[in-house]
Design a protein around this ligand. Structure first.
Ligand code: SAM
Ligand code: SF4
Length: 314
């Protein structure tokens, strides 16, 4: 699919739930989410039908996200059904990793190709502070489980939280020294829970280059600038939605767990896909792509999206 400016759109981020077992300070309120009535959340069959239509329109990669995708009832069935879609080249998932010790093997068997595991610190106390209820050892066990069942090309995603996890940048990057991992640092975006945070929380990705001066630029991987230090096995990626807006290369659309197509993460624009089938569903997805906004306006005042990150999926 192409939008009106000629950008190719072939990547769908599918949010399967707005619920989560963590309460990360920048993503969700302490009290969690007000659980939506069951009927407002798409069934596994509806999510599959929307994905099938997106693939028929030209989507080649689907990433399952949330909330936490692994708390979604029926997630393995969904993975199996998506994996069977003709034309889908990659099925990936972004997870906080806590349920991977139980589920990594089943996810692999269900056809998930690659995992992104979110990990913002390697310090136990800070992990508790950031996630409000998680334990570092759970996330590390999740990462180990993914490796043990044979996932390759796993990415560790860390959000840069100025004044909170600055001391974690170097230790997190070091995860890529001896392992086939890409550790990616993401600039915090002012949306939802952290929309009104003070400026000092929003570090640019240059902080990574200062913390790990040995990093050398080796190229680009999608939206991530790619670096490696001499002798390291893995890579370090910098994702700069704020300091280097990459909207001109944006290749993605999103579908929320309540069945709304979001052509842009930071736009108010949402198009309901629920109740649509066949050609009508496909045509609505194509129209959504056609009107994809040119760019976000984060630097000029924040996100226009009324939704929080856990309702969209990142
Ligand atoms: N629960 C899963 C997880 O944490 O990996 C998937 C959903 S989470 C919303 C997806 C990603 O968005 C995570 O890597 C999270 O750190 C990131 N994220 C959440 N809020 C963010 C924000 N305001 N700016 C940048 N990244 C954010
Ligand atoms: Fe949950 Fe992921 Fe949001 Fe943390 S970032 S609260 S793990 S959805």
């Amino acid at each position: 699919m192409r939008d009106l400016t000629g950008r190719t759109v072939d990547y769908l981020r599918l949010s399967v739930t707005d619920l989560c077992n963590y309460r990360c300070i920048y993503c969700m309120g302490e009290e969690g989410v007000c659980k939506l009535p069951h009927r407002e959340i798409c069934s596994i069959e509806e999510l599959t039908e929307m994905s099938r239509a997106a693939v028929a329109c030209g989507v080649r990669k689907i990433r399952l996200t949330g909330g936490e995708p692994l708390v979604r009832w029926g997630i393995l069935d969904l993975c199996r059904m998506l994996r069977d879609l003709p034309g889908l080249e990659e099925l990936a998932m972004t997870t906080n990793g806590t349920l991977l010790p139980q589920m990594a093997g089943e996810l692999k068997a269900a056809g998930v190709d690659r995992l992104n595991i979110s990990l913002d610190t390697l310090d136990e106390a800070r992990f508790r502070t950031i996630t409000r209820r998680g334990e570092l050892r759970e996330a590390l066990a999740g990462l180990a489980a993914a490796e043990a069942v044979g996932f390759t090309g796993t990415k560790v995603n860390a959000v840069l939280l100025g004044g909170v996890n600055d001391a974690d940048i170097a230790p997190l990057a070091e995860l890529a020294r001896d392992r086939d991992l890409s550790v990616r640092f993401i600039e915090l975006m002012p949306i939802g829970e952290c929309a009104d945070w003070p400026e000092e929380r929003f570090r640019t990705a240059d902080a990574v280059l200062q913390a790990v001066p040995a990093l050398e630029r080796i190229g680009q991987d999608g939206v991530a600038e790619l670096y490696r230090a001499p002798g390291w096995r893995g890579t370090v990626g910098l994702i700069r939605p704020i300091s280097c807006c990459f909207c001109a290369a944006c290749d993605r659309i999103r579908i929320t767990a309540d069945g709304r197509l979001k052509p842009c993460l930071h736009s108010r624009q949402e198009i309901s896909l629920r109740g649509l089938h066949g050609m009508e569903l496909e045509e609505t997805i194509r129209q959504g792509v056609a009107v994809k906004p040119l760019r976000h306006h984060l630097a000029a005042g924040g996100s226009d999206s009324p939704r929080a990150m856990h309702e969209i999926g990142g």
